[in-house]
Design a protein around this ligand. Structure first.
Ligand SMILES: Cc1cc2nc3c(=O)[nH]c(=O)nc-3n(C[C@H](O)[C@H](O)[C@H](O)COP(=O)(O)OP(=O)(O)OC[C@H]3O[C@@H](n4cnc5c(N)ncnc54)[C@H](O)[C@@H]3O)c2cc1C
Length: 370
């Protein structure tokens, strides 16, 4: 679609929105379709940490995209703010991991990857984050980790796309399948009728696997439910992200504190549960005891697009020319979004790719015989 042609992007979460932006900036005509309103699913529900939770536990494929995006986010946020007057609030607070079981692996990874992760004294953590409970024995710190206010990020992306004359946004426009002619995908079937294009990108998050089934392709992307709760505290209550026993607290600039998250295999059910509320509250209080006196002001669930090893599918679908995937970002879709979408646009436009595309290629990772 080299700065020409018409592209359809199916799914308007962070991945679909960034994909549409990357393609539209190269001059193509882009139609972005979402079943509901843009940016209201996982990309709204997530925590927005601009790092994998335990980066050393992921493959180099995830690390490569995460590093590229981390460098890109601050400039991107400033640009979106200038263009749309919506601030995605990229908030660099650093992240403290407490009592890690695999601290040595974390430190070795940091040396290998030239990251700023360091062992720190627990007394220093306590001084930096007075609200933190005492009793932790060990800590490591990465000072440059940020979080992005993801509901505002998707809003800013939507507003930026709305300003582009070569982009059309179609909300409440569910895609039910693909149009296939002579071995090529030439469009999509939607509740608003058939739509034709030169290229189609599937970026439907947790729903991507179901849509690929309509072509007889088994794409291993499944919904993994995650619940979060929200508190409103004083602006200086929590100056950094803290993470212990798999649970984390994320400070927004205005004093909102998010506590996450659960990992549940419950199909496409997004109902928040009392059980998760109780468990997240207990984790919140264990981490930050003053929250025992605070009120929970929000509780929601989202569906992560789970994939093997959390490695997204980015690239063309073999046997279905004209169809591209950008999905399966699991727990890291917000941090990986800018790099994933830049990479996909590079591949579609025949540009030099920002990273080696082979680990993300759908070829060899799909069952085409279903
Ligand atoms: C609790 C929780 C915490 C998280 N924390 C973080 C974090 O701190 N950092 C991080 O990087 N990531 C985090 N994530 C993961 C991140 O949110 C996801 O990986 C990311 O949002 C996936 O983006 P997406 O655009 O692929 O999917 P989504 O945002 O889910 O978007 C998919 C879109 O496709 C649309 N769609 C579906 N079916 C159709 C159809 N048939 N036709 C048209 N449109 C369709 C949907 O309506 C939706 O808008 C978290 C997720 C959760 C749930």
């Amino acid at each position: 679609m080299s700065s020409c042609g018409r592209g359809i992007v199916v799914g308007g979460g962070a991945i679909g929105l960034f994909t549409a932006l990357s393609l539209a900036r190269s001059g193509g005509r882009v139609e972005l379709l979402d079943l509901g309103m843009l940016g209201q699913e996982s990309s709204w529900a997530g925590g927005g940490i601009v790092s994998p939770l335990y980066p050393w536990r992921y493959s180099p494929a995830v690390t490569a995209l995460a590093h590229w995006s981390q460098g890109f986010y601050p400039g991107l946020a400033a640009q979106l703010f200038a263009q749309t007057e919506i601030d995605p609030e990229v908030h660099v607070t650093g992240l403290y991991w407490l009592d890690l079981d695999d601290e040595d692996e974390a430190l070795a990874w940091a040396v290998r990857e030239h990251r700023s992760l360091q062992r720190v004294d627990v007394a220093d953590v306590q001084r930096a984050v007075p609200a933190l409970t005492d009793g932790f024995g060990r800590a490591v710190h990465m000072a440059d980790v940020a979080n992005v206010r993801n509901p505002r990020l998707v809003k800013a992306l939507r507003a930026a796309l709305q300003q582009m004359p070569n982009v059309t946004l179609h909300e409440q426009c569910a895609v039910s399948g693909f149009i296939r002619e002579s071995g090529r995908i030439t469009g999509v079937r939607t509740v608003q009728g058939d739509m034709h294009a030169d290229q189609v990108v599937l970026a439907a998050g947790a729903w991507s696997g179901d849509l690929m089934k309509t072509l007889g392709v088994e794409l291993p992307v499944v919904p993994v439910k995650g619940q979060m709760i929200l508190y409103k505290c004083a602006e200086d209550f929590l100056p950094a992200i803290v993470l212990a026993k798999g649970r984390y607290a994320i400070p927004r600039r205005d004093g909102h504190v998010l506590i996450g998250s659960t990992l549940e295999h419950a199909g496409f059910d997004k109902t928040p549960t009392d059980e998760a509320l109780a468990s997240l509250k207990a984790s919140a209080i264990e981490l930050l005891p003053a929250l025992a006196d605070a009120e929970v002001v929000g509780h929601w669930a989202g569906l992560r697009p789970g994939s093997p090893e959390g490695i997204p599918f980015i690239g063309p679908v073999p046997g279905h020319e004209g169809l591209w995937l950008n999905c399966g970002h699991y727990r890291n879709g917000l941090v990986l979004a800018p790099a994933s979408c830049q990479l996909l646009a590079d591949l579609m436009l025949g540009r030099e790719p920002i990273v080696d595309p082979s680990p993300y290629a759908p070829a060899g990772r799909l069952d085409l015989t279903v």
